[in-house]
Write a new protein. Structure first.
Length: 57
């Protein structure tokens, strides 16, 4: 998911350089949403993995 966020951010930068402000903003918003979803999933899996590991040992 981070890979897609980076791809959308790069596309947004290219569009911003070329002068397509509306499209660049849309792509940046998509990249930002994907990044935060990936962060939430990573934290959730870390917490779940840590709690399950504690219960097993």
């Amino acid at each position: 998911m981070i890979k897609w966020a980076i791809i959308f951010a790069v596309i947004a930068l290219v569009l911003a350089i070329l002068g397509f402000g509306g499209l660049a903003g849309a792509f940046f918003d998509i990249a930002q949403i994907l990044f935060w979803i990936a962060v939430v999933i990573a934290v959730l899996l870390f917490v779940l993995g840590f709690t399950i590991y504690k219960k097993i040992t």
